[in-house]
Design a binder for this molecule. Structure first.
Ligand code: GLC
Length: 750
């Protein structure tokens, strides 16, 4: 099971390489015809006016001063923009039309963090393919996704857009999303250019506060934050977007280490790089440059090909070339990267969009795919005494309570500029559809919004709960509480929701808690008031039907966490692939704050790495998720105890469905490198696969690991594979018990 982050060329077909060569020749020929101003014009991305073409934009396109427009999704307006560019400008260069198509267009899929909980690359690819179809029908040919920032601080609102904390899982799913958007050929109808963002290290924003400083040692940057971007580049991502953030004192938008040394020299990538929204102009705000002119100079020198929204390139690049501070060759290279995307998209052959060539927006097949994704993304975190699945024929009254139980918009989540709530199915609607003919289904909102602190709605909710057989309580975060710039310093349930849940639980009625949120929440004091907890993230258009079908056993939960859930906010950052430290905590080596004797001696409570008031373990571990059955792992065996530098080892395990229902299980393999040139994580995900098991079924599952899978960046910042001892775990989560080990030997040394 190869690690896709190692330097290995992508195999391309002969015809594809011939087409690529032809495109390069066409780029050179076109560049030769372009004036310096026309070249600089290609480097400008301008925000649209929404549904019409104002004169200033018409003139700018006609004069060759615009290379791309973002945020226009009226197809007639897009076609007019393209017509002006192709027919009225001197060289007829078509436009890139960009849009944030993050987890769906009109049909909304679960937020990317939810899609990550499916651990199904093919499902992520399918969702992106559908989103691309719906967007392309509106003239969009470029999306600003996948967002593949590693997110290990859930206070950060943008964790919602990420695939979570793990470089390997994020790399696999990010590449899958690229393939979904770009298809086999960017020129095919329905393919759109993808954009790996935000390059790089944005998820490390201090204190989880968006746009904040990041300080990431190069070794950590390479071993963690850059790996998914390498996977996206290996998958052929057409573009990358620089991050707003300051990386070790040099903002990513002017960071030559990232944009030249890593992206161009080490990875040999020829993808186009776009800034983030005004991130070039913000270089002066960072205090990295004196003014716009210097910002343009720094960004161009670092290699940002296109400027989003701000105009420092349009205002200053020509004079910087005349002053010989930027060469025309540099401009040619950047414009070539832009033209390459346009040629690959086939825009020079046809820049017109004919909507009739596309499946209708929110076509039933699209909604079905969104439903499947919502089902697979939900993670069952708790299920005491088999509280779930609910049996409709045993129920006469069902209470549905909570501010998110019947809100078609809020369940869509963040970044749904084009999401249409009219297509949403809510939990309340779906429960009524499913069991309304056999049980009374009543609703109480409980609290006005997820942030409301008023308790005026409690009485009716508690009264309803008291006279019902079961309560389905849908709590969490409104969409606005996650996503860009929406960070929270306390990630417990907002508002009075915990108090509402506690009041409902006090009635003694069985409580099934469903949480919709854009991040992992700190739920230690919440989950004890529920018999079962289903985490649905923001599940998208079909979230309500997916949740109802899961709760009543029409389908079974199979999601696994792509992020660690802290007990309390103060544990953050807490993630599974942490370092061992010199004094690791164990259950024997620490004393909880409540158990400390009065006047305890200073060294009596354990001198190891833990919090007195929270311990050292999360509430729920990375990779964790329950099912409606019971899966056991047996007989972990390896084909050898020794791996040579050009060898491999196959690890096999028996996965057994020992429970009452069929199950879909994500089998995970983790490795620990016990001694390294730099300290290594206590375990790292290296492979996973999904198996379906009928009741009682036993399946033998195998993974093959090679030295490439064990490579990491050492002190010299080069990718190395070192001989030594390794532990291997296989199981259904990152605390898997079954373990074996092997030794990697350097047979060349013998
Ligand atoms: C935003 C985001 C970026 C997005 C871009 C265009 O500020 O940081 O992810 O793609 O601007 O909307």
């Amino acid at each position: 099971m190869g690690d896709s982050h190692l330097p290995h060329g992508r195999v391309v077909s002969q015809s594809a390489s011939l087409r690529a060569a032809s495109i390069e020749q066409q780029i050179v020929a076109l560049l030769d015809r372009m004036s310096l101003r026309e070249k600089i014009g290609q480097m400008a991305q301008v925000n649209a006016a929404g549904g019409h073409v104002p004169d200033h934009l018409r003139d700018a396109i006609r004069e060759g001063r615009v290379g791309s427009v973002l945020n226009e999704v009226d197809v007639d307006t897009v076609n007019e923009l393209q017509r002006i560019a192709v027919e009225e400008s001197r060289l007829g260069i078509p436009l890139l039309i960009g849009r944030d198509v993050i987890h769906g267009f009109a049909t909304v899929f679960p937020i990317p963090l939810g899609q990550a909980a499916t651990w199904q690359p093919a499902m992520v690819t399918e969702g992106a393919r559908i989103a691309a179809q719906e967007a392309a029908a509106h003239g969009v040919n470029w999306t600003f996704a996948p967002m593949i920032d590693i997110a290990r601080d859930p206070r950060w609102g943008r964790v919602a857009e990420s695939f979570g904390e793990d470089p390997y899982l994020t790399g696999v799913l990010g590449a899958a999303m690229v393939r979904g958007f770009q298809g086999n050929d960017l020129a095919e109808t329905g393919s759109i250019a993808a954009c790996a963002k935000h390059f790089a290290g944005y998820g490390a924003s201090e204190s989880g506060r968006d746009y904040n400083t990041t300080n990431i040692p190069e070794n950590e940057l390479r071993n963690v934050y850059l790996r998914p971007f390498k996977a996206a580049v290996d998958a052929g991502v057409a573009t990358l977007m620089t991050s707003f953030s300051d990386l070790d004192g040099v903002p990513a938008t002017a960071n030559t280490f990232l944009l030249r040394q890593v992206l161009r020299e080490e990875w040999r990538a020829n993808s186009m790089v776009v800034s983030d929204w005004e991130s070039i102009r913000q270089l002066a705000v960072h205090g990295f440059t004196e003014n716009d002119r210097e910002s343009a100079y720094q960004a161009a020198t670092a290699g940002v090909d296109m400027e989003m929204a701000s105009t420092t390139y349009a205002d200053h690049l020509e004079s910087l070339v005349k002053d010989k501070r930027v060469t025309e060759q540099q401009i040619n290279t950047m414009v070539s990267n832009i033209l390459r995307v346009k040629f690959r998209l086939g825009l020079f052959d046809n820049a017109h969009t004919d909507p009739s060539r596309f499946t209708a927006v929110a076509d039933p097949s699209h909604l079905r795919a969104a439903y499947d994704a919502a089902v697979a993304s939900a993670v069952l975190l708790k299920n005491d005494d088999w509280a779930l699945p609910l049996h409709a024929d045993e129920l006469s009254s069902v209470a549905v309570i909570g501010p998110l139980a019947d809100d078609p918009y809020e369940q869509l989540g963040t970044w749904i500029f084009d999401g249409d709530a009219a297509h949403s199915r809510t939990v309340l609607q779906s429960v009524r559809d499913l069991v309304g003919d056999r049980a009374t289904v009543e609703y109480a909102r409980g609290v006005q919004t997820t942030r409301s602190t008023g308790t005026e709605g409690f009485d009716s909710a508690v009264e309803l709960a008291a006279r019902s057989d079961v309560v389905i309580c849908v709590l969490g975060e409104e969409a606005i509480l996650s996503g860009e710039a929406h960070c929270r310093a306390d990630i417990t349930l907002p508002g009075a929701q915990d108090a509402l849940l506690e009041a409902i639980a006090a009635t003694g009625t069985k409580v099934v808690l469903v949480i919709m949120a854009g991040r992992p929440l700190a739920l230690e004091h919440t989950v004890k008031h529920a018999h079962a907890v289903l985490y649905a993230w923001h599940p998208g258009s079909m979230g309500g039907k997916a949740i109802a079908d899961l709760l009543f056993g029409v389908v079974s939960p199979s999601g696994k966490l792509p992020v660690t859930f802290p007990r309390v906010t103060g544990q953050i950052p807490i993630y599974y692939a942490h370092k061992h430290t010199g004094k690791p905590a164990t259950f024997e080596s620490f004393t909880h704050i409540e158990d400390i004797e009065p006047r305890a001696h200073q060294v009596s409570v354990g001198n190891t790495s833990f919090h007195l008031d929270a311990g050292f373990t999360p509430l729920y571990a990375f990779g964790f998720g329950l099912s409606y059955s019971h899966v056991e792992y047996e007989h972990l065996l390896s084909s050898s105890a020794v791996m040579t530098m050009n060898g491999r080892i196959t690890f096999g395990v028996d996965v057994v469905n020992a429970g009452p229902r069929p199950v879909d299980e994500t089998v995970q393999l983790y490795v620990r490198d016990l001694v390294g040139d730099v300290t290594r994580p206590v375990k790292e995900l290296k492979a996973f696969t999904r198996v379906h098991l009928e009741r009682g079924e036993r399946r033998h599952v195998e993974f093959t690991i090679t030295p490439r899978d064990l490579a990491f960046y050492g002190r010299a910042q080069r990718l190395i594979v070192e001989p030594g001892r390794f532990h291997v775990w296989i199981g259904g989560h990152s605390n898997a018990e079954l373990r074996t080990e092997f030794e990697l030997v350097d047979d060349h040394a013998r």
